[in-house]
Ligand binder design. Sequence first.
Ligand code: ATP
Ligand code: MG
Length: 246
Amino acid sequence: MKKQILDVCDLSVVRSGKVIIRDVCLTINEGEFVAIVGPNGGGKSTFLLAILGLLKTRSGTIEIYGHPPMSRKLHRKIGWVSQAASYLPKDVKITVRELVKLGTLHSGNMFDFLDSGRNEKVNQAIRMTGLEAVQNTPVARLSGGQRQRAVIARALATESDFILLDEPLVGIDPESRNSLLKLLDRLCHEQGKTILMVSHDLTAMSRSAHRIVFLEETIRFDGPTWSFPDMDKLADLRGIANVHGD
Ligand SMILES: Nc1ncnc2c1ncn2[C@@H]1O[C@H](COP(=O)(O)OP(=O)(O)OP(=O)(O)O)[C@@H](O)[C@H]1O
Ligand SMILES: [Mg+2]
């Protein structure tokens, strides 16, 4: 049987007195590439923040590798690429290589400057994201797509097995988008990583993710990508009336 990475049960989250997500149940197994899609304000980022343990939940349970969010046991197991990742501050004077190297730092090796294994991890992450040519370029001078890939490279360098990404395709050119999706797919198939990615780009997701979850306050659809409903069926699932009907 496949190993369960994430198990969310009956989750509800309230922000500023408003129910943002309710009764969400989701199980993700090792090696899956799951996309969360849905309208603006549907609760996608809220859901990821709850999984990371950054938001208080009203009810329900969240387990990652069998542990609650923020558990010390999850240290270095989770990689996180936030929605704002491509908007790294422009005034930070740091090269791509330095940014990626930050991903390898943890309290145990902070002062271990001779760690050659760390350099190897950095090289590998830079190679996988196709950033070799710009590795010594300051992050502030990168294009949106390159910057997004640099943030992903940092997450890869942590060697986490479960990677969560919030809208990593926003603001990147089609070529970078394609190479990023290919990379994520390879990480699942070749390295057994598990990916949970939020995206507005349903067409891109339908060509890459193995499974799609439609979240709008609660889960309206969850199934293999090939079975994602057509527009009409989706409108029914979302409870949108047909204004042309009788
Ligand atoms: N800090 C906050 N405090 C209170 N409510 C918030 C906060 N952040 C977001 N919300 C509300 O929570 C709801 C869901 O927001 P969320 O950011 O999770 O949606 P989303 O699906 O990620 O949307 P988008 O596609 O625009 O990124 C929205 O109605 C939003 O107004
Ligand atoms: Mg969001």
